[in-house]
Design a binder for this molecule. Structure first.
Ligand code: BG6
Length: 486
């Protein structure tokens, strides 16, 4: 890969968790790999009264923990020389002056304004950047989620940013799009002819997309309680994965060619009626239980959450896509906190053979399936039936395994690393366009509004389980099972 163009990256919310956990470590890796030109700079800004040296020390302390074995003292020292810090109150125009002075030293460089703050600050930040004439043609805006809590609020945020930045300058982050296996899914679908003829209703029985986390709300309780799993994960990450599975082949990898196809999928999602919300969605909330043998408290006992919280920490939905390729194929999406393992996978279940000539035992009578695993390991497994060696014609399920970490031993780019670099290069393919984001909100809104007035509460599930029993029932109504149950 050629070196990145010289840039100034301004991190709003510069002392926050995302900056310390993901953004600075991502930039450190790129520095270590020799991808950053000599004059590229990282400028963290936040309201805290810190000197540059204070910030550098704080960043080293926190990032070294997240970098683990990748942390190296001399390399960090060299990286740290690129890192600046400015105290800045986003609501106060005058406090943008030092930033203006620093950026004006190199007006032609690529400028990335990464907004990792509450979205309520996006408008003043953009307005003050514009007033200080910092939005050059080479400037990009990277707003971090949550971009709103419903369609209306997301429109307001997009309007506010759109007043100052053109759509071509806005890089809406969905970090799932930056994950290596998601790229691999594009490669599998559009780099190979093998699956394309099978990738449709005639051959696919159902699709399951699971993103499970072992973690709970990790000190974010008060924030999470206003959001819930549907907004936090399903509206964005899971729907983006669904789009990549279901989209038609784009004519090229150009941003708009890909995003046009994803948008068509979002627009073809069958809207939910009130009745559908009752029968095709499940929301759950975890109770006390155990993860890896360690007891963990109930959601309502986590800090910042009250006994009466009705926020879902688990959601499962049956989505249907009304187009020729997918009519009649259910897409089951599920995500939850405090599940038995950290797992992100896509399962494509193919149809059964039309007539079996073999006497296959019930436990082995499984149709073909393709399992694309994104986390914790990166792999693809294709399951099929094979004869067990021996006299009898007995069939059993076997799998063909592709372990990408074994095949490609090179360092994996973290999702944020790839996305930051794409933002610097101005490559929009892996970022969400405004119309996609709004179509996703439009589809989840009836679920949110029906839940809001429903007397039902989220179903309880024990921490360390795969969610409430009604999640299994969602599939069994169609005679199906989740992958781990099958
Ligand atoms: C974030 C959510 O977008 O994704 C978090 O806000 C969640 O609640 C996280 O924990 C999961 O990301 P990953 O990459 O760890 O699967």
């Amino acid at each position: 890969m050629p070196m990145l163009p010289a840039f100034d990256m301004v991190l709003f919310g510069g002392t926050g968790d995302l900056v310390m956990r993901k953004l600075l470590p991502a930039l450190y890796h790129q520095h270590r790999d020799g991808m950053l030109s000599k004059d590229s700079r990282v400028i963290a800004v936040a309201p805290n009264d810190l000197s540059r040296a204070d910030f550098q020390a704080l960043a080293e302390k926190q990032c070294s923990e997240f970098l683990g074995a990748a942390y190296d003292y001399p390399t960090w020292q060299a990286f740290s020389r690129r890192v600046h810090y400015l105290q800045l109150d986003a609501n106060n125009r005058a406090s943008f002056n030092p930033l203006q002075t620093l950026l004006d030293e190199a007006p032609d460089k690529v400028r990335v304004f990464y907004l990792s703050t509450s979205p309520t600050l996006f408008t003043p930040i953009c307005a003050h950047l514009a007033d200080a004439q910092l939005i050059t043609p080479q400037a990009r805006n990277v707003p971090e989620k949550p971009l709103g809590h419903d369609l209306q609020s997301s429109r307001e945020i997009n309007d506010a940013i759109g007043d100052y930045f053109s759509e071509q300058q806005i890089f809406r982050i969905d970090h799932y799009l930056g994950k290596e296996p998601v790229q691999n899914l594009l490669a599998l679908r559009f780099g190979n002819a093998l699956f394309e003829p099978l990738w449709r209703r005639e051959w696919v029985r159902d699709v399951q997309i699971t993103v499970a986390e072992q973690l709970g709300v990790e000190g974010r309780g008060a924030f999470y309680d206003k959001i819930g799993a549907l907004r936090d994960m399903l509206q964005n990450h899971l729907l983006q994965l669904l789009c990549i599975v279901a989209m038609e082949p784009p004519s090229s990898i150009d941003p708009d060619a890909v995003r046009d196809e994803k948008l068509k999928v979002l627009r073809a999602l069958r809207p939910f009626t009130d009745h559908d919300v009752a029968t095709k969605t499940v929301r759950g909330q975890y109770r006390a239980g155990a993860i890896d043998g360690q007891p963990v408290p109930a959601y309502q006992e986590e800090g910042g959450i009250g006994d009466s919280s009705r926020t879902e920490t688990f959601v499962a939905v049956k989505a249907e896509i009304d187009n020729w390729r997918w009519a009649g194929v259910p897409f089951f999406l599920r995500t939850g906190k405090r599940m038995p393992e950290k797992l992100a996978e896509i399962v494509i279940n193919f149809r059964e053979v039309p007539h079996s000539i073999f006497d296959v035992p019930a436990h082995a009578r499984q149709p073909n399936k393709l399992v694309i695993r994104m986390q914790p390991d990166e792999s693809m497994k294709l399951y099929f039936l094979a004869k067990t060696p021996g006299d009898a014609m007995s069939l059993n399920q076997v799998s063909l395994n592709l372990d990408f970490e074994e095949i490609f031993k090179t360092r994996r780019l973290e999702a944020y690393e790839r996305l930051l670099m794409d933002a610097v290069r101005g490559k929009l393919t892996l970022f969400v366009r405004r119309d996609e984001q709004e179509a996703a909100w439009r589809w989840v809104e009836p679920i949110l509004s029906t839940w809001a007035v429903s007397h039902d509460r989220p179903k309880h599930y024990t921490a360390g389980s795969w969610g409430p029993a009604s999640s299994s029932a969602l599939l069994s109504r169609d005679g199906l099972q989740w992958h781990e149950e099958a």
